[in-house]
Ligand binder design. Structure first.
Ligand code: SF4
Ligand code: SF4
Length: 436
């Protein structure tokens, strides 16, 4: 089995086995066994839903520590557009970027800038009406991994275009090489991430390598930025902050930057699943492009953002209005379409199928149906599987037993109890009349 990197981890000391997380996982990747959550590695897509839902803060995202800056001679910060919505109404991108420089970065390259380059390229790509329709955005790695696991048949819908994070990192690296004559290995590029899914995209990219060297959690770096905001000038030399690129940080921003097509924006992983099911049924062929984000509200609602989503949304709207009036000239972007192309097709990860052998899979499926029909259908999760059908699958795969269901266990106990009562009425023939 291939090794999967995961940013989302379990803190075993904090987990109380409450089963809250198992019911919210979009790929049914969590079980609770012996009072502890277990993450099924090959199914987890690092969307961070369990981080949000866990009442005991037992799920966490592993990101890089700031000390990693010491590994490189020249460090470049790549702030996600959603970072700008995390601060008070008077804090402008220039303030935030200046504060990042004071933390220890040598340069900042805004992902919002790379997002404009990607938007231009996406617009041209959609104009050629590629098949199959609709094209699905490749920007949210949690959605792409969801499709690998649950919708492998839709992977060919994904736009074969790199994410703004990767394009920005590549542009930043080339700029640093040209301007400072640095060797590639001297340059460290660090994304400031709103989510664990992006960390996984950096550590285990779809292609051979990521242009990003590490990812710092937005929540972790937030305090350090706040501390330096007061003495950070709004150094507009540091900030290009194109409104079209900054808008990618919220739902609808990506579509707004593409414009003039039949565009659909969906956010929240369970809503994304509903839309993907519609695409699977062939119901959305009239739509050109689907912007799909795992987090409600888009990246401003990412699990590693420090700000409340509703506040961040207001901040983002206000900021976008301000930025619409101040247009800084952007660098020339490469015009070669291959510059933006994903390194290859995204492979499926069909970990939900019961067996590679079709005949065996059919037999197992029949068994699953049979067991599911005998379970109570309450989907209570007390068995440690997310619902009755998932328990049936676990039983068929050999990972669980029928008695994990508390109702089935009670039935067996009742049966056992009545057998014991029955036996208690029986006497050996030597002691009296034998009761049959
Ligand atoms: S939500 Fe999941 S990880 Fe958190 S305590 Fe409950 S079982 Fe453990
Ligand atoms: S919507 Fe944004 S923050 Fe949320 S998982 Fe996708 S890329 Fe990450």
């Amino acid at each position: 089995m291939p090794h999967y990197f995961h940013s989302v981890m379990l803190d075993r000391d904090k987990c109380k086995g409450c089963t809250n997380c198992i019911k919210h996982c979009p790929t049914e990747a969590i079980r609770v066994r012996e009072g502890q959550a277990i993450i099924i590695e090959e199914r987890c897509i690092d969307c961070g839903e369990c981080i949000r839902i866990c009442p005991n803060r037992a799920k966490l995202a592993i990101t890089d520590p700031l000390e990693k800056l010491a590994d490189y001679q020249y460090n470049i910060a790549l702030p996600a557009p959603s970072l700008y919505a995390q601060f008070g109404p008077d804090v402008l991108p220039g303030n935030i970027l200046s504060a990042l420089l004071k933390i220890g970065f040598d340069e900042v390259y805004e992902v919002a800038v790379g997002a404009v380059a990607v938007s231009n390229h996406l617009r041209r790509y959609i104009e050629h009406r590629p098949r199959p329709q609709p094209v699905i955005s490749s920007a949210c790695p949690a959605v792409v991994r969801l499709m690998q696991v649950r919708f492998p048949g839709l992977l060919e819908h994904i736009a074969p275009i790199e994410t703004p994070m990767e394009v920005s990192a590549r542009l930043a690296r080339e700029k640093a090489r040209q301007e400072h004559g640095l060797a590639d290995k001297a340059i460290g590029i660090f994304f400031i991430t709103p989510c664990p899914a992006k960390v996984t995209a950096v550590k285990q990219p779809f292609g051979k390598r990521s242009y990003v060297d590490g990812a710092f959690s937005m929540s972790d770096i937030y305090g350090a930025i706040l501390q330096r905001l007061s003495d950070a000038a709004d150094d507009s030399r540091n900030s290009l902050s194109p409104a079209l690129g900054v808008g990618w940080g919220k739902t609808g921003g990506e579509n707004h930057a593409i414009k003039e097509h039949a565009l659909l924006a969906v956010d929240g992983i369970h809503n994304v699943i509903n839309v993907l099911e519609e695409i699977e049924r062939g119901e959305l062929a009239d739509i050109d492009y689907v912007e799909a984000q795992a987090c409600t509200g888009g990246c401003i609602g990412g699990p590693l953002t420090p700000q409340n989503l509703f506040v961040a949304r207001v901040r983002m709207e206000k900021l976008l209005k301000k930025l619409a009036d101040c247009r800084q000239p952007l660098p020339d972007f490469p015009s070669d379409p291959d510059y933006y192309r994903l390194p290859g097709p995204i492979p499926p990860r069909p970990t939900l199928q019961l067996s590679d052998d079709i005949n065996q899979a059919i037999t197992m499926l029949e068994e699953v149906e049979h067991i599911t029909a005998q379970l109570p259908g309450l989907d209570c999760g007390s068995c440690g599987s997310p619902n009755c059908r998932a328990l049936a699958e676990d039983i068929v795969r050999g990972y669980a037993e029928n008695s994990y269901c508390v109702f089935k266990l009670r039935e067996r106990l009742q049966l056992l109890a009545s057998e014991i009562v029955d036996l208690a009425h029986k006497q050996p023939p030597a002691m009296g009349k034998h009761v049959k």
